[in-house]
Design a protein around this ligand. Structure first.
Ligand code: ATP
Length: 494
C-alpha cells in the first residue's frame, strides 16, 4: 500500500469518500477531479447548474459508473471494484432523477427487485407490507396500494414509491440515500412530508445527499452544501454559511433577482384562445385563456391539471365537448421520459419535430434548416452540448428539458401548454425561461402553465386551483399565496 493510500484510508471515517474523481464522455469532461465525502448523520446538499456533473458524481457514489481515475472509499476501506451490488451491501442507495420502476409490475413487485431476500412462499405479501409501511411513514396520506400497477400511477405517485422503496430495509444495512431531485414531481404538501422524513432519518444518525434546483429546499434541509460548476466542486461549506444569493453566485453568475409580472402591465384582454371545462366539473366553472395571457394551474399534484392540459391538446386535433381551442397548440411535457423525448433521435431532431412544415425543402426535411433552428435555440436557452447532432440522451436531465422547451417555443403554436415543465431545470435557466415566457406572452402567445412550484405562479396573470379533477378557485396574482392555494386544495369547496 502506498503512503498516499494509507493517508486516504486513515482519513476515511466517512460513509463514502471520493478523491480526485474524473470522468469523460467522449469530448465532454463531466468531472474534472472531484473530492467529495459524506459523514454519518449529515444531509449534504448538492447544487449546480444543468450539466455541472451532479448526477455523474452520484452515479459514482451509487456504483453505477466507474471513474476514469480517482479513488473511492466506503466505511474506511478502499473500493477497487465498486459496483451497484457492492454499494447496496455497504448500505448506499440512490433515487435517480429518471425513475427506475418497472411500469408493468405492481408496487409490491417493484419492491422485490431491491430485496433478494423477499423470496419463497408469500413474498408478494411481505413486499406489500414492507413498502406500505414505508409509504405510511413518509407520506401518511399517500393513497397508493401495493397492488397498483406502477404504469397506472401518476408521475408524482411513482416518485413517492421510488423514494419509499429506497428507504425500505431487509437484510442489507442502510446508511446513505442519494436523493436526486426527489421532489421534482411532488406538490408542496408531499414535498414537505418527504423533507421532514429526511430530517428524521438524519437525526437518527443516517445520511442523505439531497440534489435539488429548488434552492430553498437545500438551504432549509441540508447540514452542509457542496456547489458544483463545470465538472468541479467550487465551494463546500456549512449550510448556514450560505444564503440564496451566495449559492446562486457560486453556481455561476445567474441573476439572483428576477423581474416580476408587475413590470408588464397588460393591455386589454386579447381574443379567446382556450375555453375548457374539466370533465368532472358539475358547476359552471371553466378555464378561460385569452391571447397574451399566462394562466396558472395549481393545487395538489394529480388533481386533474395534467388531464385538462392533455384534453385541451387533444381538442386541438379533434373536437371535444366542453373544450374550445382557437389556435395551434404545443405541449411541453413534464414526464419527458414517457411523453416528450424521442430516444433514438438527435437533439436537433427532437427540437425540430414540431416545426416540420417550416423545415421542409420540397418533400424532404432540410438538414440545414433543422441545424439552424437547433443552433438558434441552443444559443437562446443555453443547451450545454458540444454538438446538437448528438443523441438526446447525451444531455443532462435539465438540458433535455430545455430541448423540449425549444421544441414548443420554436414552433408556430399560439398556445403553449406546460405540464410542470421546469422539473430539473437549474435556477439560472429557469429565470431566463420565465423572462422568455413573459416576452412571448407580450407578443400574443398564450401559456397554460401547470406547476408544482408555487413561486412560478408569480409569473401568471391568474391561477385556477384544482381539486378532485375540478376547478375550485380562480385567483388573481395579487390574491395568490401558498396558504391560499393549500387552503383551496384541502378545503371543502369541491
Ligand atoms: N451518457 C452520457 N453521454 C455523453 N455525455 C454525458 C453522459 N452523461 C452525462 N453527460 C454529460 O456530462 C455532463 C454532466 O452531466 P450530469 O448529468 O452529471 O449533470 P447534472 O449536474 O446532473 O445536470 P442536471 O442538473 O441537468 O441533471 C453534461 O455535459 C452531460 O451532457
Amino acid at each position: 500500500m502506498s503512503g498516499a493510500e494509507k493517508n486516504f484510508r486513515a482519513a476515511n471515517v466517512d460513509i463514502i469518500r471520493l478523491d480526485g474523481a474524473e470522468k469523460h464522455f467522449g469530448a465532454v469532461r463531466a468531472l474534472g477531479g472531484v473530492d467529495f465525502h459524506v459523514g454519518p448523520g449529515e444531509c449534504v446538499g448538492l447544487v449546480g447548474h444543468n450539466g455541472a456533473g451532479k448526477s455523474t458524481l452520484m452515479h459514482m457514489v451509487a456504483g453505477t459508473l466507474a471513474p476514469d481515475s480517482g479513488k473511492i472509499g466506503v466505511h474506511g476501506g478502499i473500493e477497487d471494484n465498486y459496483s451497484v451490488s457492492r454499494a447496496q451491501k455497504l448500505g448506499i442507495r440512490c433515487v435517480f432523477q429518471e425513475l427506475s420502476l418497472c411500469p408493468n409490475l405492481s408496487v409490491a413487485e417493484n419492491t422485490r427487485i431491491n430485496h433478494a431476500s423477499l423470496s419463497g412462499l408469500g413474498w408478494r405479501r411481505r413486499a406489500a407490507t414492507l413498502i406500505t409501511a414505508k409509504l405510511d411513514e413518509i407520506f401518511p396520506d399517500h393513497g397508493i396500494s401495493a397492488w397498483d400497477i406502477v404504469g397506472d400511477l401518476s408521475i408524482g405517485r411513482r416518485q413517492m414509491v421510488e423514494v419509499a422503496r429506497a428507504f425500505t430495509v431487509t437484510q442489507d444495512r442502510l446508511d446513505l440515500v442519494i436523493l436526486d431531485e426527489p421532489t421534482s414531481s411532488l406538490d408542496a404538501h408531499t414535498a414537505g412530508q418527504l423533507l421532514a422524513f429526511v430530517r428524521r432519518f438524519v437525526a437518527a444518525g443516517k445520511s442523505c445527499i439531497l440534489i435539488s434546483h429548488v434552492l430553498g429546499e437545500v438551504l432549509r434541509n441540508a447540514d452542509r452544501i457542496v456547489v458544483m460548476r463545470d465538472g468541479k466542486v467550487v465551494v463546500a461549506d456549512a449550510a448556514n454559511a450560505f444564503d440564496r444569493d451566495r449559492l446562486v453566485t457560486a453556481m455561476g453568475g445567474a441573476e439572483a433577482h428576477r423581474g416580476t409580472m408587475t413590470e408588464t402591465a397588460k393591455a386589454e384582454a386579447g381574443p379567446l384562445r382556450v375555453r375548457a371545462r374539466p370533465a368532472r366539473q358539475a358547476d359552471g366553472k371553466e378555464l378561460v385563456a385569452r391571447a397574451g395571457e399566462i394562466i396558472g394551474l395549481a393545487g395538489l399534484a394529480g388533481h386533474g391539471q395534467t388531464d385538462l392540459l392533455l384534453a385541451i391538446f387533444a381538442a386541438a386535433q379533434r373536437i371535444r365537448p366542453g373544450i374550445e381551442v382557437t389556435a395551434p397548440v404545443a405541449l411541453v411535457a413534464g414526464d419527458r421520459q414517457s411523453d416528450g423525448i424521442f430516444p433514438q433521435w438527435s437533439i436537433a431532431e427532437n427540437i425540430g419535430i414540431r416545426s416540420l412544415a417550416r423545415l421542409r425543402n420540397g418533400l424532404l426535411i432540410s438538414p440545414q434548416r433543422e441545424a439552424e433552428l437547433a443552433a438558434f435555440w441552443q444559443q437562446k436557452i443555453g443547451i450545454r452540448t458540444p454538438d446538437m447532432n448528438n443523441n438526446i440522451f447525451s444531455l443532462s436531465g435539465g438540458n433535455q428539458q430545455k430541448a423540449l422547451f425549444a421544441r414548443a417555443l420554436g414552433s408556430d403554436a399560439e398556445i403553449v401548454l406546460m405540464d410542470d415543465p421546469m422539473r430539473g431545470v437549474d435556477i439560472g435557466t429557469k429565470l431566463e425561461v420565465y423572462d422568455l415566457v413573459r416576452e412571448e406572452a407580450r407578443n400574443g402567445r398564450t401559456f397554460l402553465w401547470y406547476t408544482t412550484e408555487t413561486e412560478e405562479l408569480d409569473n401568471c396573470d391568474h391561477i385556477y386551483v384544482f381539486k378532485n379533477g375540478r376547478i375550485v378557485a380562480n385567483l388573481t396574482r395579487d390574491e395568490l399565496t401558498e396558504e391560499k392555494i393549500i387552503q383551496s386544495s384541502f378545503g371543502d369547496a369541491a
